[in-house]
Design a protein around this ligand. Structure first.
Ligand SMILES: [Zn+2]
Length: 240
């Protein structure tokens, strides 16, 4: 019987079993976390190994986080690692955990009651909109599709993936300011981070923002906020 690539990867993964447990298949939220990564791949929001997801553990004992290097397009519950609260408090990346562990660790600690998911993806139109110079929070202000359900935070600047610097900047962008903390924040030249009450809830925040970015980019209008506030005559003068 041929050996599947995922089986090879599993055999090579080093896990400190004293600190980290493999996922118990009975936790439906882990199934959901996997479904969300499959859906993200199907939508073209990640290449097959990219992205990562974490879910707060039941009873508050740390979190479950996707393994590093596994194929997220086919993520399975046994590829989610449990990192206990004591290990989370220590800080260093546990063996086998996602390269963006630092980001998940900081954001999981900030989640409001009822929220349990941190989701990181690379959606094409969100990244394209930031690359084109859009501030995502400003871009969404005129779109009730987003503003009714999702709070968009300030863009995070282009910082190295998996760095502590990126994790700190993300946590800063998710800090509550005039209202509750944002649901979603864009990472320039990289992707997006969303929080949610479940993996699918976090996914919905990504989907709304991605859809609006797609529409704005399709319009060809460079700065949505400018287009919204200028009179037609002024727009014509600007285009001349
Ligand atoms: Zn990434």
């Amino acid at each position: 019987m041929p050996i599947h690539p995922l089986q090879i990867k599993d055999a090579m993964t080093t896990i400190d079993s004293a600190q980290i447990e493999r996922a118990a298949a009975h936790d439906a939220r882990l199934d959901q976390a996997c479904e969300v990564m499959h859906a993200a791949y199907a939508r073209g929001w990640i290449t097959h190994r990219d992205g990562n997801v974490s879910v707060r553990a039941e009873g508050g004992d740390g979190m479950w986080i996707s393994e590093s290097g596994v194929v997220k397009a086919r993520l399975q519950p046994h590829q989610m690692l449990h990192v206990g609260a004591a290990r989370v408090a220590e800080g260093p990346v546990p063996d086998g955990a996602s390269g963006e562990y630092a980001l998940h660790r900081r954001l999981q600690a900030m989640l409001h009651t009822g929220h349990d998911t941190v989701l990181h993806l690379h959606p094409t139109h969100i990244v394209a909109a930031m690359y084109a110079g859009h501030d995502l929070r400003e871009l969404c202000e005129a779109f009730p599709e987003v503003t009714r359900y999702s709070r968009v935070g300030d863009n995070v600047g282009a910082l190295p993936a998996t760095s502590e610097e990126l994790a700190v900047a993300c946590a800063e962008a998710f800090k509550p300011r005039l209202g509750p903390m944002p649901h979603i924040v864009g990472l320039d030249r990289h992707g997006v981070v969303a929080i949610g009450r479940s993996p699918w809830d976090a996914y919905e925040h990504v989907e709304r923002l991605e859809h609006v970015c797609q529409m704005v980019l399709a319009s060809g209008v460079r700065h949505a906020a400018t287009a919204r506030t200028l009179a037609p005559g002024a727009l014509a003068a600007q285009a001349a």
